[in-house]
Design a protein around this ligand. Structure first.
Ligand code: FMN
Length: 379
């Protein structure tokens, strides 16, 4: 297996200071060498021209060094890691461990604990991990400065999306908490972000819960944020909604249609994570349950993309769908696109395979060449 560009052996702070690692960090800018048709970029996403509708979701790209390296390797739609309005520490190391899931991590399977370890025997396409950071954040001025640099490193046909989350602070009522999402989004706008995502689905934050399942909170947060960011397209990142929660999902989407331009799905699937001796694997309070991502959650991401597409049709609505979860190779990307994802992103897969964007570009190019042989005008 390749060395991942986020090194699980190191702390979050060490990764922030020293990363990225492995082949993502070799300094080679592949963008010049991509042999593309003259009319690139060709995909339209939220009004931005994009080379390839593929990239990395919020999380593994900790700062501008990571973002620049990802752009250089052809990840065209990338997120800067979720940021807060105030400085916030990371959960204790370890933050990333492999977990032993065979096949799909269904909701039924996720009710039983998973066993975590530092290594895996699995093939690069088949493994899953837990990630548990608690949304660490530098002070706003610090990340805003750095986000500016990250945005500047985007090439032609590339887009950086800012992800933000609210922070419960002493004396806060719900409305203050919701306003804090809006305030953080405003900071991202001031840093130059062209698209902003509200992280409504992080399972690792002890006090704050997963807001995407609370219709009132989602509506208030979206409304308050849109008031602050005006014309800037707003996305929400949500977790998996079970079939029984379909009505809830539909109701939430209907209520926020005036404010959002797109939905990213999914974040992780929460499960209890133990070590080989049956003890809590991740140290600290509130960390027995952690988010699982990688190959075993692809079923859930794909299912959500299909259901979002159905909702879009039913409501006659116009919002972009960003498909995330278990995209480990080119075939997974194609499956998501076929299911209705406007953009596809990979966190776990990309971390261990920095060539994934290059491989997808190659596949897209081959497809275009085949189409152009039959109908030159179509490409
Ligand atoms: C190292 C790591 C850090 C993450 N941090 C965040 C984050 O800050 N904000 C967020 O919305 N999602 C975060 N995620 C979740 C991913 O964006 C993604 O939704 C999830 O990992 C599923 O995709 P995957 O199966 O390709 O990993 C993180 C994931 C990983 C692997």
């Amino acid at each position: 297996m390749n060395k991942p560009f986020y090194d699980p052996e190191k702390s979050y702070d060490e990764n922030y200071e020293q990363g990225p690692f492995g082949d993502l960090a070799d300094g080679v800018d592949l963008r010049e060498s991509f042999d593309y048709a003259q009319d690139r970029p060709k995909y339209n996403f939220l009004g931005f021209k994009i080379n390839t509708p593929f990239g990395i979701p919020s999380g593994p790209l900790l700062n501008s060094k990571f973002c620049k390296a990802a752009f250089e390797k052809g990840f065209d739609v990338i997120h800067y890691k979720t940021r807060r309005s105030i400085e916030f520490p990371s959960n204790k190391h370890p933050n990333v461990l492999f977990v032993d899931v065979e096949g799909d991590l269904t909701l039924q399977r996720a009710k039983k604990p998973l066993i975590a370890s530092k290594n895996t025997e699995k093939d690069a396409k088949d493994f899953s991990i837990t990630n548990s950071f608690g949304n660490p954040s530098p002070q706003a001025q610090v990340w805003m400065e750095d986000m500016k640099k990250a945005i500047e490193s985007a090439g032609n046909g590339q887009l950086l999306i800012a992800s933000v989350v609210g922070t419960i602070q002493a004396g806060f009522r719900d409305d203050d908490y919701h306003k804090d999402f809006a305030k953080t989004a405003q900071f991202a706008m001031e840093a130059g972000a062209k698209v902003i995502e509200l992280n409504l689905s992080c399972p690792n934050v002890a006090n704050e819960g997963i807001v995407c399942y609370s219709p009132g909170a989602v509506l208030n947060i979206c409304k308050k944020t849109k008031e602050k960011i005006g014309e800037i397209p707003l996305l929400i990142k949500i977790g998996y909604f079970s079939k029984e929660q379909q009505e809830l999902l539909e109701g939430i989407i209907k209520s926020i249609l005036p404010y959002i331009s797109g939905i990213s799905a999914i974040n992780t699937i929460p499960a209890k994570v133990l070590d080989a001796d049956g003890n809590q694997a991740l140290p600290g309070e509130g960390r027995l349950t952690a988010g699982i991502c990688g190959a075993s959650i692809k079923w859930a991401g794909l299912d959500m993309v299909k259901r979002l597409k159905q909702i879009k049709k039913k409501l006659n609505a116009d919002f972009a769908i960003i498909g995330v979860g278990g995209v480990m190779d080119v075939e997974d990307y194609l499956e998501y696109r076929a299911a209705g994802a406007d953009v596809v992103q990979s966190a776990t897969g990309a971390m261990w395979n920095p060539k994934l964007a290059q491989q997808i570009r190659q596949k897209e190019k081959t497809k275009e060449e085949i189409i152009s042989q039959f109908s030159p005008a179509a490409v």
